[in-house]
Write a protein that binds this ligand. Structure first.
Ligand code: PMP
Ligand code: GLU
Length: 405
C-alpha cells in the first residue's frame, strides 16, 4: 500500500529548508499557554503596545466611506507615493520621486521583494549580525548565499567598516542591516554610516539594503542618519521603511522602498505577479500618518526610552547577565551565556533556545532566543510593554535564574 500524502508531506525543498520565524513562533507558543490559563507575559514579538493614533484611524474610516474598495495600483496610490517621497526628502535627505517608491504589505514584504529582485542564486548577501531573524531566510528563499558579520558586544554590537570591506568578494551583491537595530537596539552613527558608505563607494557592484523601520525610535542626541542620503552611493541604496513601529500600525501592513527606478520597477513587476497593490484602506491611513502630526510618535518614543532605562537597570541587577544599553528600538538584548551548562535540577540549559523555552515554561515570560538573530549568547526581551508587566517579567526572570546551578 502506498504511503498517504499526509505521511510523505511532499513540500518543496525551499520550504523544507526554511526556518520558522522565531519571533512569531515564540509569540504563538505564548498565546497557546495564555489560552490554557497561564499568566504569560509576552515580551517576544516586537510590537508597540500603543494603539494607532486617532487621526490615522479616522482617515481609514473616511477611505471606507469614500469608496476606496477596489484594487489599488500595484506600486501604491499616487498620493501615498508622493507622501513617501516627501517624507524621505524631509526626514532623511533622500531625493526620490514618486516613481522611485513602491508600497508593499509591510516592511518585511518590501525587504523580501528587494532580495528576490536583486539576488541571483549563488550571489552573496552580507548581513550585519545580530540581525533580524527573517533576513537570512529571505536570502535563502532567493537561493543567495548569506555572509554573516558579527558586531562585537564591546562595540555596541556594531560591525566595523574594516570587517565589512574584508568580507566583500566579486560575488557580493547586497549588504543589509537595520539601524536602529532589531534585536540589539544599537544605532549606527552618521560617522559610522559614512565610513560604511565609503566602502560601498569603492565596490561599484554592491547594493545597500537599509532597513530603517525603527527610525523614529531613536534615543541618541544625534538622531537618525540615512545611508541613502550619501550622494556618491545614493543610486545603490535601497531604503526600506514602514509605519508599523513609528505609528503603532503593525496590523495595517504597510511598508515601502525608495530605490533607483530600475529596482523599483523590478519590485513592482514581482509584486504584480504575487500580491498586487497593498490594502487600499491602509494606504489612505498611511497618507494621514506620513503627512500628519508627529506628537503621538514622539510621545511613544519617550515611553520606550523610559522603559529602556527601567529594564536595563533591572537586568543589570541579575547576576551573570551582561547588559548593553540600547540607543534605539524597543528591545533589550542581554548576554545570558553565563548560564549555559547550568540546570534547575530538571532542565539543563545549553543554549539560548533552551533558556528561552525554559523561561516560558517555568516563569511564563516569553522572550526570543538570540540564536535566530545570529547571536547565540543572547536573549531578546521586548520592552514594548507596560511598566508593570516589565517589572513583573524581569522579577520572574531574576527569580527563575536563581534556581540555576
Ligand atoms: N525590519 C525589522 C528590523 C523589523 O523588526 C521588522 C518587524 N516589524 C520589520 C522589518 C518588518 O516590519 P513590518 O511589520 O512593516 O513588516
Ligand atoms: N519585527 C517584529 C519582531 O521582531 C515582529 C515579528 C516579525 O515580524 O518577525 O518581533
Amino acid at each position: 500500500m502506498s504511503a498517504t500524502l499526509e505521511a510523505i508531506q511532499p513540500l518543496a525543498d525551499r520550504i523544507n529548508a526554511l526556518e520558522e520565524s522565531s519571533t512569531l513562533a515564540m509569540t504563538k507558543k505564548a498565546r497557546e499557554l495564555a489560552a490554557q490559563g497561564h499568566a504569560v507575559i509576552s515580551l517576544s514579538v516586537g510590537e508597540p503596545d500603543f494603539k494607532t493614533p486617532a487621526h490615522i484611524c479616522d482617515a481609514a474610516k473616511k477611505a471606507i466611506d469614500d469608496g476606496f474598495h477596489g484594487y489599488s495600483p500595484v506600486a501604491g496610490y499616487p498620493d501615498l507615493r508622493k507622501a513617501i517621497a516627501d517624507k524621505l526628502k524631509r526626514d532623511n535627505n533622500i531625493n526620490w520621486k514618486p516613481e522611485n517608491i513602491v508600497v508593499s504589505t509591510g516592511a518585511k514584504h518590501s525587504l523580501a521583494n528587494v532580495i528576490s529582485t536583486l539576488v541571483n542564486p549563488g550571489e552573496e548577501v552580507i548581513i550585519f549580525a545580530p540581525y533580524w531573524v527573517s533576513y537570512s531566510e529571505m536570502v535563502k528563499l532567493a537561493e543567495g548565499h548569506t555572509i554573516v558579520l558579527e558586531g562585537a558586544f564591546d562595540n555596541d554590537f556594531k560591525v566595523t567598516p574594516e570587517q565589512f570591506e574584508a568580507a566583500i568578494t566579486d560575488r557580493t551583491k547586497v549588504v543589509m542591516f537595520a539601524s536602529p537595530n532589531n534585536p540589539t537596539g544599537s544605532v549606527y552613527t552618521e560617522a559610522e554610516l559614512r565610513a560604511i558608505g565609503e566602502v560601498v563607494a569603492r565596490h561599484e557592484n554592491l547594493y545597500v539594503l537599509a532597513d530603517e523601520i525603527y527610525e523614529y525610535i531613536n534615543f541618541t542626541d544625534e538622531g537618525h542618519f540615512s545611508i541613502g542620503s550619501i550622494p556618491g552611493i545614493h543610486d545603490r541604496v535601497i531604503t526600506v521603511n514602514g509605519v508599523a513601529k513609528g505609528y503603532a500600525m503593525t496590523g495595517w501592513r504597510v511598508g515601502y522602498i525608495g530605490a533607483a527606478k530600475w529596482i523599483a520597477d523590478g519590485v513592482e513587476k514581482l509584486q504584480g505577479q504575487v500580491t498586487s497593490g497593498t490594502n487600499s484602506i491602509a494606504q489612505k491611513a498611511t497618507v494621514a500618518a506620513l503627512n500628519g502630526p508627529m506628537e503621538p510618535t514622539l510621545a511613544m518614543t519617550e515611553a520606550y526610552k523610559r522603559r529602556r532605562d527601567l529594564v536595563v537597570g533591572l537586568l543589570k541587577d541579575i547576576p551573570g547577565f551582561k547588559v548593553n544599553t540600547p540607543t534605539g528600538a524597543f528591545y533589550a538584548f542581554p548576554d545570558i551565556s553565563a548560564y549555559y551548562g547550568t540546570s534547575d535540577g530538571t532542565t539543563t540549559i545549553n543554549d539560548s533556545d533552551d533558556f528561552s523555552t525554559w523561561l516560558l515554561e517555568t516563569a511564563y515570560v516569553a522572550t526570543v532566543a538570540g540564536s535566530g538573530f545570529g547571536a547565540p549568547n543572547c536573549l531578546r526581551i521586548s520592552t514594548a510593554a507596560s511598566d508593570e508587566n516589565l517589572v513583573e517579567a524581569v522579577g520572574r526572570i531574576k527569580k527563575a535564574v536563581a534556581t540555576l546551578k
